[in-house]
Structures are given as C-alpha cells and as structure tokens.
Design a protein around this ligand. Structure first.
Ligand SMILES: Cc1ncc(COP(=O)(O)O)c(C=O)c1O
Length: 351
C-alpha cells in the first residue's frame, strides 16, 4: 500500500499527481446508483451498450467496446491492427510502450520500434521513413500509434495537419493508425477540433473516461463493427469481460454530458501554475492542456527532494525522473487549491 495522503493544517492536500485521482461527484454517484444493469458478458447491460454507442457516434466510428482501463483498451486495439509477429511504430515515450508493462509483446506478440521522443511535435516524414514493407525476412510494419494529448510530452496537442499527413502516409503504406486518446477530450477543448474529425483519421482509438472526465473506471475502444466484434473476444481473453458494468458505464455517460466543457477550467489552472513557475526557469514545455511538466535542471533541487518538500506542505506532485516532475490539474483542484499550490511551490523554488 502507498503511504496515505495526509492533510496538512487540517486541510486536504492539493493532489496534482495525476488526473486519475479524482473521486466521483455526488451527481455522478447518483447516476451510478440509478443505472439500469444486466450481464454485459451476455451482452445484456443496456447502460454499457448505450455508452458504447454514444462514444462511437461522437467519434463517427461504427462501434465501441467498454474496457476496464486505458491500458487494456490500448492493448485490445493494438491486437486488432497488428497480427502476432507484426510491428508497431510509436513514440519512444508512448504510454503503450513506456507504461503498459510490455503488454504489446507479452500478450499480442507485437514487435515495437520507436521514433525519438517528440511529444506532440512528431515529424510524419520520420515516421514514414521507418515503415518496413512486407517480406518473409522482415518484421512488417502493421500500425502506427499516436497519443493525443501526449502524456510524457507534457500534455502537448498533435496538430490536426500532422495527423492528416500521418493518415495519408498510413494509407499509402497500407498500415493502420491507432490513437491512444486517453486525453483526446483535452485536445478537443484546446484546439477546437471536432471529435468526429479526430475519429475520421484513425482505424482504432482508445478514449478514457477516468482521467480528465472524472469517472472512476473505464475506457472505450473504437473501430469498425467487425473489429469491435473481435475486440469483444480479445477483452474476454484478457479477463476484461465485466458483468453488471452499467454501474460504471453510467459514470462515463454522466462524464460525457457534464465534464467535457469544464476541462477549459483545468487548462486555465495549469496555465496559471505554469505562469507562476516560469520565472524559475523550470517549466519544461509550453503548457497547452492540463499537464505542467517541470524540468528541475536549473534548480538545485532534484525531483524527489522537490516532491517531498511539496508533500510536507500538503501539495502532491509526481516525480517522473531524477529532475523531472509533473503537475496535473483536474476536477478535484479548484482555484483555491491552485493558489495554494502556487504559494507552496514558488516558496520551495525560492529557497
Ligand atoms: C496517455 C495514456 N494512455 C493510457 C493510459 C492508461 O490508462 P489506465 O491507467 O486506465 O490503464 C494512461 C494513464 O495514465 C495515459 O496517460
């Protein structure tokens, strides 16, 4: 068990570690309580079915599949587009590679090759040059994965023009394009690109309900009706078939209705944090969404020392590397919490 998060001076901590730490709101819990449910492995849960078709319609895909986590949703999608022994191209910092514990290789028999970590600034021509054609001697490239927004890339938003160029490259090479859209909601709010426009560019997508949207559990895999029928078997094989999952899907449906537009508030608070910390030379990349990556190389503090000092003052941050720290704004961080974080973090940097 991780050490419990204690309160400081009688106040709850300002938890900026991740947008996964949110707790369902009272209204979301009420929606969960009222959910109509059935056995989803039998295909009988109406709330899950409604969620799947709503998300699919939003992105203009034929079908969707509710999955217990973003990682499982990604891995199901990758297995749909890359046969065993085939190759996936992705960013060296991609979540599908860096944080999914070798699942593509372990469960999908998928070989992975990466382009140098570029966050949202990926260069389509670099990707194009890496595509390996079919041949009995070769590991043929079968799919390209991108991440929107880019987690290790500081919440950067891949421009629509880049994604369109990548789509053309994928079409010309006959390979599939997958989007890890755990935070695609933030990209939509930041750049104003309609969800259906994003949806039209990808063969498969995974979109997450339990990060910025604030639901307790769940992601949705999107694709063609045929692919999603196959995805249902893959999910079951991975142990991800759920029974009365409508309780969880109801939280996701609530989040889709009530928690997308408000992401602009999280972006504004992240921008405020970045603006306050910028004079110390520690903000790693321009902040576009709800992630604020800090690079402490210009500070005498390392990441662990910075995080421990912040924790002692009731502000929780994530340490991503010896000198790398991340702050994340979300549903459970309000303006007062942002002010408190600014006060604590700037005082630490001034020491
Ligand atoms: C970009 C991205 N993709 C996928 C995931 C995986 O989601 P989960 O933690 O639900 O498996 C995360 C989790 O933080 C993420 O940031």
């Amino acid at each position: 068990m991780a050490e419990p998060v204690r309160s400081v001076g009688g106040q709850p901590p300002v938890d900026l570690r991740s947008d996964t730490v949110t707790r369902p709101t009272a209204a979301m819990r009420a929606a969960m309580v009222d959910a109509e449910v059935g056995d989803d492995v039998y295909g009988e849960d109406p709330t899950v079915a409604a969620l799947e078709s709503e998300v699919a319609a939003l992105f203009g895909h034929e079908a969707g599949l509710f999955a217990p986590s973003g990682s499982m949703a990604n891995q199901i999608a990758l297995q749909l587009v890359v046969p065993r022994g085939g190759e996936l191209l992705c960013d060296a910092d991609a979540h599908v590679l860096a944080y999914e514990v070798g699942a593509a290789a372990a469960y999908g028999g998928i070989s992975t090759r990466t382009w140098p970590a570029a966050g949202a600034n990926l260069d389509p021509e670099t990707v194009q040059a890496m595509i390996q054609p079919d041949g009995y001697w070769a590991v043929a490239t079968r799919a390209i994965a991108v991440e929107q927004t880019h987690n290790r890339g500081g919440g950067g938003v891949i421009p629509l023009a880049t994604l369109r160029q990548l789509r053309d490259i994928a079409d010309a090479a006959g390979v599939a394009l997958h989007c890890d859209g755990a935070r695609i909601w933030h990209a939509h709010v930041a750049d104003g690109v309609p969800f259906a426009e994003y949806g039209s560019l990808f063969d498969t997508m995974s979109v997450c309900l339990s990060k910025g949207l604030g639901a307790p559990v769940g992601s949705v895999v999107l694709g063609s009706a045929d692919r999603i029928a196959e995805a249902r078997s893959i999910r079951k094989r991975l142990g991800g078939g759920m029974r009365q999952a409508g309780i969880l899907a109801a939280a996701g449906r609530y989040a889709l209705r009530h928690h997308i537009a408000r992401l602009a508030e999280d972006h504004a608070r992240a921008a405020r944090l970045a603006e306050a910390l910028a004079p110390f030379g520690v903000v790693a990349t321009p902040v576009r969404t709800n992630l604020v990556p800090l690079d402490l190389r210009k500070s005498p503090l390392d990441g662990a020392t910075f995080a421990a000092a912040a924790r002692a003052e009731g502000v929780l941050v994530s340490v991503l590397g010896p000198r790398a720290v991340r702050l994340v704004t979300h549903l459970d961080v309000d303006d007062a919490g942002t002010d408190r974080a600014i006060e604590v973090l700037t005082a630490i940097l001034r020491r």
